[in-house]
Each structure stands twice: as structure tokens, then as C-alpha cells.
Ligand binder design. Structure first.
Ligand code: TTP
Ligand code: MG
Length: 364
């Protein structure tokens, strides 16, 4: 019998913005790209959600739906810092922390005599004290249950599902809530009148296997709230990168070079941060062009330098021959990344080895 927590920050980016600008409290607030520049929202607060505004919505549509919506630009650096502090809090409770994104993680607290409920309360209190932000928690015997439960008392709440209540807890949930059931599988089920996990629980396992192959067995368990996936602490990272999308496409190589300097500084800062370290083996650069086509250039190299990235930029830029919408640069680590190394920096910002904690998003 395990005890798994799922902790999820409330309206994460928007909550941070409102924390830092209290005059915005009580008003509908969203974070994302400007409406005149193909922008979409990353998230919004509950006041905005009441108007039907949501994550990934184009900003111009959101403003149509809620004209008084205040749309703020993203400040990823700040979100990353907060995310780090929150993760540090998790780690004071257990080493078994599996981050899912900047604002959510699973924690395995099996065997801790305080019990899941009390640990979740303490973690949420600590998050509030140190970051002045709220989080919600789900407590259950596995990841599936914990994740669903963390939504139950959002915002600023927590919900626990005991082992004996798991099957009943699952029954009313739509089949889509099950890990691994995408839109296609959900539609196949719904066409047969199977809309909830409760419906699914009544299907013979043989029929599920006939319909879904091996996944049928998993479905048989998942719809009953049985989930064997372990909480897996973050693995050593294979690469680290930083990127930027420009509000106006860059048509000159000179302008790209200028932006590259900023990106390079960011990458160096990230590489210098303490954490898991590894030997840099390759450098890469990616470009996305105005027509959304992309190219990437990569070469072996143990020490990231601005000159090396400039050479990659020139190659990629010439290849595209089009205005540039996004530049990303990064490093790939060798197999030794797993070792806890922390070697000194070389001269002139050259990085001999690297360290970072994985919060910076890569290319998705
Ligand atoms: P979520 O946890 O999905 O959302 P949230 O924290 O804003 O709100 P909730 O209270 O419902 O948990 O995502 C965390 C952050 O990730 C969110 O603040 C912004 C970012 N994000 C995006 O950038 N794009 C997206 O499409 C989504 C869903 C989130
Ligand atoms: Mg969240």
C-alpha cells in the first residue's frame, strides 16, 4: 500500500503575476502573448475563467469574450525561480519527487508516519509561507488517483481518496480522465455507450482486450483506479537549451547575432547553476522561420562558446534564407551526466562542464 501525493500550483503564472501586483487582485487576469501578434494565453485566474477564458486560447478571442481581461506578458525567469523554490520544499519531505511541469509533481511519501493528509497540509503551508502562492493537493494510493484528486478542492485545497473508496471514486469520471485514453480511444468507447469509468468497470476484460489489444488489460485496471506506475525521481538530463520566439521576425543575420548573444548568456547562466552535472558533448542550434519551417544544426564540442554558436547560426540562417521567428541554442550531455560532477568554469565564460536542474523548457 503506497501513499502518493500530487501537488499542483493554482493558476500558476497568473497567481505569480497577481502576487507581484496586488492591484490586480479580484480582476480577470491572463498571461500570454499580445492579441495583435498571434499570441495565445498560457493561463488565467479564476475570475477570467468565469468568462470562459482558458489556457491555450488565442488572446484576441479571450478579449472578445472578456473585454476587461488584463493580459500580461510571460516572465519565465520568475516562474522558473518559483518552481525551484517549490521543488526545494518538496525535497525537504521526500527524495521521491517526480516533477511533471514547472507547477506540478508527484511525491511518494509511503511509510512516513505523519500520513499523506498531514504531509500535504504541511507542504501547502510551507509553499504559502515561502512563496505567498497557493497549491492544491491530491492524496491517494497511486499516481492516477492522486492526480485526479488534486483537482477536487482546487484552488487552495486538498482531497484524499482512501484505498477502499478508489473504485467508487473512479466510477463517475469520464473515460478521458484515464491516463493513456486519448481522444481516439475515448471516441471508440463512447460510440459503444461507454462514457464513464463506471461503465468501463462493467465490461468483461476479454472484450476490452479484443477492442484495445494489450492496452485493454491496462484499461481494466485503470478504470478501477489501479495504477502500478512508480513515482520516478527526475532522471539526469540529456540536454539543456534555451530559446526565444520574437514578436517580429528577424530578416537580418545581424539581428539574429544580436539575439544570440542574449540567449548565450542565458544558457551560460543555466549551465552554471548547481545540480546534476555532465560533460557537454555536442552543441546545437535550432531555427524556426516565418513560415514555421525549422532547421537545426549540431556539432561536437565540449565547451560552448559564442563563436561556436555564431558559426551554427550562419549555417542555419543560410539554409533557410527566410526571416527567423525563433532561435534556440543548447547542449547535449554525454553518458557521464549521471555522475554528480561539479567542475569549475573555464576562462571567458567557456563552460567545461555543466549543471542545471531541468526547469528550463526545451524544444517541444
Ligand atoms: P496548469 O497547472 O495546467 O494550470 P494553472 O496552474 O494555471 O491552473 P490550475 O489552477 O488549474 O492548476 O498549468 C501550469 C502552468 O503552465 C500555467 O500557469 C501556465 C502554463 N501552461 C501553458 O503555458 N500552456 C498551457 O496550455 C497550459 C495548460 C499551461
Ligand atoms: Mg496548476
Amino acid at each position: 500500500m503506497r501513499t502518493v501525493l500530487h501537488i499542483d500550483m493554482d493558476c500558476f503564472y497568473a497567481a505569480i503575476e497577481i502576487r507581484d501586483r496586488p492591484d490586480l487582485r479580484g480582476k480577470p487576469v491572463a498571461v500570454g502573448g499580445a492579441s495583435d501578434r498571434r499570441g495565445v494565453l498560457t493561463t488565467c485566474n479564476y475570475e477570467a475563467r468565469r468568462f470562459g477564458v482558458h489556457s491555450a486560447m488565442p488572446t484576441f478571442l479571450a478579449l472578445r469574450q472578456c473585454p476587461q481581461l488584463i493580459v500580461l506578458p510571460t516572465r519565465f525567469e520568475v516562474y522558473r525561480d518559483v518552481s525551484r523554490s517549490v521543488r526545494a520544499i518538496f525535497h525537504r519531505f521526500t527524495g521521491l519527487v517526480e516533477p511533471l511541469s514547472l507547477d506540478e509533481a508527484y511525491l511518494d511519501v509511503t511509510g512516513d508516519s505523519r500520513g499523506g493528509w498531514r504531509i500535504a497540509t504541511e507542504i501547502r503551508r510551507e509553499i504559502a509561507r515561502r512563496t505567498r502562492l497557493t497549491a492544491s493537493a491530491g492524496i491517494g494510493p497511486n499516481k492516477l488517483i492522486a492526480k485526479v484528486a488534486s483537482d477536487w478542492r482546487k484552488p487552495d485545497g486538498q482531497f484524499e481518496v482512501k484505498l477502499e473508496d478508489v473504485s467508487a471514486f473512479m466510477a463517475p469520471l469520464p473515460v478521458r480522465r484515464i491516463w493513456g485514453v486519448g481522444p481516439v480511444a475515448a471516441e471508440r468507447l463512447e460510440r459503444r455507450g461507454i462514457k464513464t469509468c463506471g461503465h468501463l468497470q462493467r465490461i468483461d476484460p476479454g472484450d476490452l482486450v479484443r477492442l484495445f489489444g494489450r492496452f485493454g488489460w491496462e484499461l481494466y485496471e485503470l478504470c478501477r483506479g489501479i495504477d502500478r506506475r512508480q513515482v520516478e525521481p527526475a532522471r539526469p538530463r540529456k540536454s539543456m537549451s534555451t530559446e526565444r520566439t520574437f514578436s517580429r521576425d528577424l530578416s537580418e543575420l545581424g539581428a539574429c547575432r544580436h539575439e544570440l548573444q542574449h540567449l548565450f548568456q542565458e544558457l551560460l547562466e543555466d549551465l552554471r547553476k548547481p545540480g546534476r552535472a555532465g560533460q557537454v558533448e555536442r552543441l546545437f542550434l535550432k531555427l524556426k522561420f516565418c513560415d514555421f519551417s525549422r532547421t537545426s544544426v549540431e556539432r561536437p564540442g565540449a565547451s560552448p562558446s559564442l563563436a561556436a554558436y555564431q558559426a551554427l547560426l550562419e549555417e542555419g540562417f543560410a539554409r533557410g534564407g527566410k526571416p527567423v521567428r525563433l532561435i534556440g541554442i543548447g547542449v547535449r550531455f554525454g553518458d557521464k551526466s549521471a555522475e554528480q560532477l561539479r567542475l569549475p568554469l573555464g576562462a571567458e565564460g567557456e563552460v567545461k562542464t555543466s549543471a542545471g536542474d531541468g526547469a528550463r523548457g526545451g524544444f517541444r
